[in-house]
Design a protein around this ligand. Structure first.
Ligand SMILES: [Zn+2]
Length: 476
């Protein structure tokens, strides 16, 4: 409900009057805006989320066309036209979805992006059926309640609430729902490929994130994801001549491969402190005491000292966000003890820093291995690199909003070890951030995401609505 309603005939003159008033009013004046009733919005969001979670979009096969249609009809009731896209390219039962709430265009757009698919669920291990959308014990339950249909509904209802409240937007709000994030990410890839025109004015984007740290009800830090490590999987292959093990030959590929794997694994890759990681360590420092605090508060200095460096690198996660890592995993050779195989191979799970050049890395690895008879092959599925700036209007808006909602909680920028659709959008020239609009206990998150009894508390739904609407308002 608005403060006043316009009849169709009065629109031109009323719009002219409003424009004239807007021109007179100081920038940021909120004269025509209505307050958002967050309690009512929360209850409405709970109902919408429950319905959305009841649509089974387990991937494979996905079935995201059903959620796309649900979004389209929901937004139609709000006077926002949504488009179902890419159905031919994505295949039967699949789709991407796009809608836009217009601002005055004086600033660039913000995109709210989620994926509609969910991972399979082991229904017998759940306390409620995974597609029940049950609302009980203060939670909305269902596969996707954390990853990430709930976030999509918080995006949806935030956009709707801003429209209903008549908030003056200088930036368009673009709402995108993709298919197939959980398997191959084809939804985002096809969307960015086919619809560059829909994205060309988008400056910022938020989608799923990770890294907010909540333990026993205490929020240790709130996270905005600004970068991801990049999977760059390689296979080492050594060739030789097959022979009987009783008469070994010098060109047995197994020991050569083993030597190459050992050298790759032992390689102390250079340490590279990104600004986002430095900022993450500073947030960690606030939870420590003594020299641990000193070292984390100034990681650059600590990494230059033997004890500080040893302390920081002793934590596997900290080590992983400071350097390229190499983990040998799969080995193949002979399947008979007495047969020397003609070929032996090893697969390396390599995770590169976001700004690493793959060609330079591969050349350096070949030098470290030091055996030109061991071939290095790139395995399929290399993602584009991704990192976003840590000092932008969006990051500042999230910080300000979190400081208001969670006073004293640091906002930080961890480097993600996992993969999302962010690199795909980042490649399209957008500053893409990972923002989980709720504060979920670490244990709850570990249990629910891709696990059992995935659920989101109703209190967190209200938190999310305040965070997203607050963030958007601060960016106008
Ligand atoms: Zn996800």
């Amino acid at each position: 409900m608005r403060l006043f309603r316009l009849s169709p005939r009065s629109i031109p003159s009323a719009l002219a009057l409003l424009a004239a008033l807007a021109a007179l009013a100081p920038r940021g004046a909120r004269a025509q805006e209505r307050q958002i009733d967050y309690a009512a919005l929360r209850d409405e969001t709970v109902r919408a989320m429950s319905e959305y979670l009841q649509i089974n979009t387990t991937n494979p096969p996905g079935n995201e066309l059903a959620t796309a249609k649900w979004l389209q009809s929901f937004l139609a009731k709000e006077g926002i036209e949504g488009e179902i896209l890419d159905t031919a390219e994505l295949g039967k039962g699949r789709a991407n979805f796009y809608a836009r709430l217009k601002g005055d265009g004086s600033q660039k757009a913000i995109a709210l992006v989620h994926h509609m698919d969910v991972v399979p669920s082991n229904a017998e291990l759940w306390s409620v059926p995974p597609f029940s959308g049950a609302v009980k014990d203060g939670y909305v339950w269902g596969r996707g309640a954390l990853d990430m249909k709930s976030e999509g509904i918080i995006h949806l209802m935030s956009m709707v609430a801003l429209k209903r409240a008549g908030v003056h937007l200088t930036r368009d709000i673009v709402f995108i729902a993709n298919s197939d994030e959980e398997v191959e990410g084809t939804g985002a890839v096809i969307f960015t490929h086919n619809h560059a025109d829909l994205l060309k004015d988008v400056e910022f984007l938020i989608t799923e994130g990770e890294g907010t740290n909540v333990e026993n009800g205490v929020v240790k830090w709130f996270a905005i994801g600004v970068a991801e490590k990049r999977a760059y999987w390689l296979r080492l292959v050594a060739h030789g001549t097959t022979a009987h093990g009783s008469i070994p030959r010098a060109d047995n590929p197994v020991p050569r491969l083993a030597r190459a794997v050992a050298r790759a694994a032992a390689w102390q890759t250079p340490i590279h402190l990104l600004p986002a990681v430095d900022r993450f360590f500073k947030a960690e420092a606030t939870l420590e005491t003594g020299e641990h605090r000193t070292w984390l508060a100034n990681a650059k200095a600590a990494l230059a000292t033997p004890r500080g460096r040893a302390f920081i690198l002793s934590d596997p996660y900290r080590n992983a966000i400071l350097r390229n890592t190499i983990a040998p995993t799969v080995l193949t050779g002979s399947n008979r003890t007495n047969i020397i195989p003609p070929v032996a191979s090893a697969e390396l799970d390599i995770r590169l820093m976001p700004d690493e050049d793959t060609t330079a890395f591969k050349r350096e690895l070949a030098r470290v291995i030091g055996d030109s008879s061991v071939h290095i092959e790139v395995m399929p599925g290399v993602m584009p690199s991704y990192s976003a700036d840590i000092n932008t209007a969006l990051v500042r808006a999230v910080e300000a909003q979190i400081h208001e909602m969670l006073p004293g909680v640091p906002v930080t920028t961890p480097l993600a070890a996992g993969a999302t659709d962010r690199p795909t959008y980042s490649h399209a020239g957008i500053q893409a951030y990972g923002l989980e609009p709720y504060i979920v206990e670490n244990k709850e998150e570990e249990r629910g995401v891709h696990g059992v009894d995935e659920r989101l508390s109703i209190a967190n739904i209200e938190f999310g609505l305040k965070l997203i609407t607050g963030m958007i308002r601060r960016m106008q």
